[in-house]
Structure formats: structure tokens, C-alpha cells
Design a protein around this ligand. Structure first.
Ligand code: G3H
Ligand code: ZN
Length: 280
């Protein structure tokens, strides 16, 4: 069934484990992710990024409505989240589109400007019943704007959460967006320090670049929401390429999209299960 993101995140934090949040670009992503979560028997967050909305001609509603219907039909708990929103016009569509949470991304701004913009976004979000995630420090690699090597300072993180009133905090602890190789080295001590300093659940972005054992260690150290995108696209596109390469006569997209969707499901099942298991 469709549940609010706040419920999935709170349940994970309370139980001492993580919850995977997978990026949806097409409806087949949403179908594959939910199939994977059902295979693993765990709840999952579907997240639609501002960039994905741009890909759909600037329209949030069609992909949001499709994702919500897929969530409603699921046998496990599924929520739908709007990811990396910089545009206030899009932010203000979150509630009307039926989503229960949003990540407002003012991380490209200077600290004081980030606080002011995020405070306003959080106030608006809370007035509209939304769970609001924000980012301090920069998760490397996104659009080249974030330098790898940036780290979130625990004291600054605590002050930022206090000043903005956000419900979850994305932290820069060694991961970078859009990595195809899983070679990111996470600073687990820093995760533990931030988790001890900050009262809200922590979010890891750029999780595709983090190897399985390190991802699990990040959850053990205190990460709750684990954002995963690129690795699904590696799996999807690899399967599509293999089918197209094997038969140049194929014209029906179902012939190559179906195996792509199956590979998304397989990866989502594995990673959703990996992060959602109890802490040892
Ligand atoms: O917000 C989305 C995530 O940070 C996805 O990052 O594509 O590098 O896994 P990724
Ligand atoms: Zn991200």
C-alpha cells in the first residue's frame, strides 16, 4: 500500500535499520523497484527528482500519479518522494501531486542563504503535511557543482537542523552522485559523529558508488534513508543493450524494456534487503 515517507523513515530509525529510496525516471523503474521490494519483503521509497520531472517536459503529475498507483497496488509499504528540488514552483506542487515528502536542495547556496531558503521550504512543507529533507554540505558530483571531498561538519549540522526545522538531513560523508564504479570510501566515524549530534534521521546520497559492505556499515553507523539511483540505470541499460545487440531486428520495446525492468527489480531487491535488515 501507499504510506507516508515519514512512516517508513520513522519505522526504520526506531527499528535501528535503513530504508532504501530508489530514483524513478520511467514507470518501468517504479514497477521494477516495487517488484524488487516485494521480492525482498521490505518497504521502499520511490523518489522522483527535479531532473526526472524536467525529462518529462516539466510535468510532475503524470509520473507522480503513475508511481502513486504502483505504490497503492504494492504488497509492501511504499511511499513517493520528490527529490533534489531547487525550484520553488516545483516544491509547491508536492502536496497537490499527492506526494508525502520532499527533499529541498539549497546546498548550492551559502550557509545563511541555505538556512533561510530551507526554513521557508520546511515551514511550507509542514503547513502542508509533508516530511521535509534538506542538505547541508555537498554530496559530490551532482552536475559537477559538488566537489568530492566535501564533508558535513557535525556541529554545523546540528545548528542547521535546529535553525531550519527539517525532518531529515542529507550529509556529505564520502559518497558522490552518479558513480558507476562502487569505489566510494565513506567516513563511518563522521556518520557516527553526525548521528550523535543531530536528532533527525540522516540520508546518504550517491549510494550507487558505495559497495555492499560499506553501505551496510553506513546503516550500522546511523544512516537511515539510503538514496540509490545510478546502479539501477546501469542494470537497466546493460540488459537493454544486451538484447538489442543480440537481435538487430527487434522493434517492440517490450522485448528490451522487460529485461531492463527485471534487472532493476533484481538490484532493488538486493539493496533494499541489504539496507533494511536490523542492525547487528
Ligand atoms: O538523490 C538521489 C541519490 O543521491 C542517487 O545517487 O544515482 O549516485 O545512486 P546515485
Ligand atoms: Zn541525491
Amino acid at each position: 500500500p501507499l504510506v507516508p515517507t515519514a512512516q517508513l523513515v520513522a519505522a526504520a530509525k526506531e527499528a535501528g535499520h535503513g530504508v532504501a529510496a530508489f530514483n524513478v525516471i520511467t514507470l518501468e523503474h517504479a514497477e521494477g523497484i516495487v517488484a524488487g521490494a516485494e521480492q525482498a519483503g521490505v518497504g521502499v521509497i520511490l523518489q522522483i527528482s527535479e531532473n526526472a520531472v524536467k525529462f518529462h517536459g516539466g510535468l510532475l503529475r503524470p509520473i507522480a500519479a503513475g508511481s502513486l498507483e504502483i505504490a497503492r497496488a504494492a504488497t509492501v509499504d511504499v511511499s513517493v518522494h520528490l527529490d533534489h528540488v531547487e525550484d520553488e514552483g516545483l516544491l509547491h506542487q508536492t502536496a497537490d501531486a499527492g506526494l508525502s515528502s520532499v527533499m529541498f536542495d539549497a546546498s548550492h547556496l551559502e550557509y545563511e542563504d541555505n538556512v533561510a531558503a530551507t526554513r521557508a521550504a520546511a515551514d511550507w512543507g509542514h503547513a502542508n503535511g509533508l516530511f521535509v529533507e534538506a542538505e547541508l554540505g555537498k554530496v559530490g558530483g551532482k552536475d559537477g557543482a559538488h566537489a568530492p571531498g566535501v564533508r558535513t561538519d557535525p556541529g554545523e549540522a546540528a545548528a542547521y537542523v535546529e535553525a531550519t526545522g527539517v525532518d531529515a538531513l542529507a550529509v556529505a560523508v564520502g559518497s558522490s552522485h552518479a558513480m558507476v564504479e562502487r569505489t566510494a570510501a565513506l567516513d563511518l566515524d563522521l556518520i557516527r559523529e553526525i548521528a550523535a549530534a543531530v536528532p533527525v534521521p540522516l540520508v546518504l546520497h550517491g549510494s550507487s558508488g558505495v559497495a555492499d559492505d560499506n553501505l551496510r556499515a553506513a546503516v550500522e553507523a546511523g544512516i537511515v534513508k539510503v538514496n540509490i539511483g545510478t546502479i539501477l540505470n546501469v542494470a537497466f541499460t546493460g540488459a537493454v543493450r544486451e538484447v538489442l545487440d543480440s537481435d538487430p531486428k527487434i522493434v517492440d520495446p517490450r522485448k528490451y524494456v522487460r529485461p531492463g525492468r527485471e534487472q532493476i527489480a533484481a538490484v532493488a531487491a538486493r539493496l533494499a534487503g541489504l539496507v533494511s535488515g536490523p542492525r547487528t
